[in-house]
Design a protein around this ligand. Structure first.
Ligand code: PEP
Ligand code: MG
Length: 308
């Protein structure tokens, strides 16, 4: 079986009738790059940048971050790397951020909310990411967006960073794609408006399930109440992809659900353009995609619409 999967290396994630889906990998540390390459991922769909902050005793400097991002971009040698800006807060606490103790951390000061409140931290990370973009195919993605104004403010800061780099003659890629994670119900519902602001969407099904069903993703005792197959979650995914395409941008999934082979056919019927999964899941997913024939796509969608 291992040998059979190995034979899939170098082959595209493509259904029998020619629907092409990018099969990317999620990673949380540069040490995972070996697994990304060994499993022939076509790119990195989610690079969780938190490791830099979690491993360090103080805010990582622009140069430390630049070196880390640059080496990832270089190692991927022209394949797309989607770096997610810091997603600290909630379950990922870092002492030196001195975040206030909260009653409801999952709904509190986390991710983009920290970045827009303490903009110097964000500014430093964006400078490092843009500088790294001169060394590979870098895309930047913002977590936990819930409102249109948030991404508009993010884009202003990104534009300011680009202007600074240009003014000081520092090289960067002018075409870095900017995307957002769709992981709040608000973002999924507003995806038609949000799609006008960005180059791509990546659906974070772990948080999307948590916030849509109001079930704590960390609480093991809740068992079957945490259900990423919940029809409300699937409907938000379908809506997000539809609105992405309506506005001419692409949409992927980077939450755990992307690796759930029982849903691959449904995701392809929705028109998902990219699935980003743990490195070890890339080839099994590619095998599944290559076994499917989506010429009955409408039938699958109709069946889905009947059961929802
Ligand atoms: C998600 O929420 O689905 C996601 C990919 O992000 P994280 O698991 O890092 O919160
Ligand atoms: Mg998330």
């Amino acid at each position: 079986r291992k040998r059979l999967l190995t034979q899939l290396k170098g082959l595209p994630g493509e259904t029998q009738d020619g629907q092409r889906i990018l099969t990317y990998a999620n990673i949380g540390n540069p040490s995972d790059l070996g697994a990304v390459l060994a499993n022939d991922a076509e790119g990195i769909g989610l690079f969780r940048s938190e490791f830099l902050y979690l491993e360090s005793q103080d805010y990582p400097s622009e140069n430390e971050q630049f070196q880390a991002y640059k080496s990832v971009a270089e190692t991927m040698a022209g394949k797309r790397v989607i770096f997610r800006t810091l997603d600290i807060g909630a379950d990922k606490q870092v002492d030196y951020f001195h975040l206030p103790k909260e009653e409801n951390p999952a709904m509190g000061m986390r991710a983009i909310r920290i970045c827009l409140t303490r903009q110097e931290i964000f500014h430093t990370q964006l400078r490092a990411l843009y500088r790294a973009s001169a060394y590979g195919r870098v895309a930047i993605m913002f977590p936990m967006i819930a409102s249109v104004w948030e991404i508009q403010e993010v884009k202003k800061i990104a534009a300011q960073v680009r202007a600074e780099l240009t003014a000081s003659g520092v090289p960067f890629d002018e075409h870095v794609e900017l995307g957002i994670m769709i992981e709040t119900p608000a973002a999924a519902v507003l995806s038609n408006q949000l799609a006008k602001e960005v180059d791509f969407f990546s659906i974070g099904t772990n948080d999307l399930t948590q916030y849509t069903t109001a079930v704590d993703r960390q609480n093991q005792d809740l068992g079957r109440f945490y259900d990423p197959h919940h029809p409300a979650v699937l409907e938000l995914i379908r809506l997000t992809v539809e609105n992405a395409h309506r506005n001419g941008i692409w949409a992927g999934i980077c939450g755990e659900l992307g690796a759930d082979l029982s849903l691959t056919e449904t995701f392809l019927a929705f028109g998902v353009d990219e699935l980003s999964v743990a490195p070890a899941s890339v080839l099994p997913l590619r095998e599944k995609i290559r076994s499917l024939n989506q010429s009955n796509r409408q039938a699958i969608l109709d069946r889905y619409l009947e059961v929802r």
